[in-house]
Design a protein around this ligand. Structure first.
Ligand SMILES: NC(=O)c1ccc[n+]([C@@H]2O[C@H](COP(=O)([O-])OP(=O)(O)OC[C@H]3O[C@@H](n4cnc5c(N)ncnc54)[C@H](OP(=O)(O)O)[C@@H]3O)[C@@H](O)[C@H]2O)c1
Length: 253
């Protein structure tokens, strides 16, 4: 039987790493993308016994890296007949900042590159494989901040809003395509206790931002979800729910 493959960006930590374990546990071969090879290899080593995973180190903000990743995936999958069933745009960045003067345009450019341009370019580059594997699915990881501007969250919030708009655009374009396209959904995880949120919290503290108190309290009181719990909900969305409930949907855990 042909192997089904899931590609996960940002698979070296947090939600992406937990999702790799969850999907491998459900029998998928997982392709792990991120900049730090050692982090990806740790994720690979944590997969359940007998699972298959492979690391694809690369910076998805860089065009040549994206192209190399797309080419490598094709070379890896095509000779074996493996099918690219799931593409998860999970990597996300964006630094907090103090006031409007504090928003660094270069950080906004980086957040847009990772959170918006890369999901578009990787989806475009992998479309032949996703079409050939239909029913295939693309899942984008959004954030509630996209619709709730808060002090100091400019680069991250603006780029996540743009990602939500990209999701709408892809949904519309795919619906009118002459060929069968992958189904696309946007998943908003809520507050999740990950290395990413902990790093954000410390940077926001240095900026003196007001949402630090909320984050401190929520994390201390266990009001956040674990990466594993969110990964379970994402895996369920990817694999278990019907096309009718997945395609074009805005999903939460
Ligand atoms: N945690 C939360 O409360 C929360 C809430 C809402 C939404 N989210 C979203 O959930 C997703 C995962 O977040 P997380 O909390 O699990 O964060 P995380 O632990 O920081 O994971 C993000 C991953 O993205 C990778 N990454 C960053 N820049 C990259 C680049 N240029 N190229 C390739 N990979 C890159 C990082 O690995 P490298 O550094 O090795 O590249 C890292 O492993 C993000 O999209 C985030 O916005 C999280």
């Amino acid at each position: 039987m042909a192997t089904d493959v899931a590609v996960i960006t940002g698979a070296g930590s947090g939600i992406g790493a937990a999702l790799a374990v969850e999907l491998a546990d459900r029998g998928l071969s997982v392709a792990l993308i991120g900049r730090r090879r050692d982090a990806l290899e740790r994720t690979c080593a944590s997969l359940p016994e007998g699972a298959t995973g492979f690391v694809l180190p690369g910076d998805i903000a860089i065009r040549d890296d994206r192209q190399r990743l797309i080419t490598k995936l094709g070379e890896r999958l095509e000779p074996t007949g493996a099918r690219l069933r799931y593409l998860v745009h999970n990597a996300g960045v964006g630094e907090p900042a103090t006031g409007i003067e504090g928003i660094d345009p270069d950080d906004l450019a980086q957040a847009l590159a990772v959170n918006v341009t890369a999901p578009l370019a990787l989806t475009q580059g992998l479309l032949p494989l996703l079409r050939a594997a239909y029913p295939s699915r693309v899942l984008m990881v959004g954030a509630g901040i996209a619709d709730r501007p808060q002090p100091g969250t400019g680069s991250y919030g603006i780029s996540k809003k743009a990602l939500a708009r990209l999701f709408e655009q892809l949904t519309m374009e795919f619906a009118r395509s002459a060929v069968t396209e992958p189904d696309v959904a946007l998943f908003q995880p809520g507050l999740v206790d990950t290395p990413g949120i902990r790093t954000h919290l410390e940077a926001a503290r240095r900026c003196g931002l007001p949402h630090v108190d909320y984050l401190d309290q929520a994390l201390a009181a266990g009001q956040s979800r674990s990466a594993e719990a969110v990964a379970g909900a994402m895996a369920e969305a990817l694999i278990d729910i019907s096309t009718e409930h997945f395609a074009g949907a805005f999903l939460r855990p």
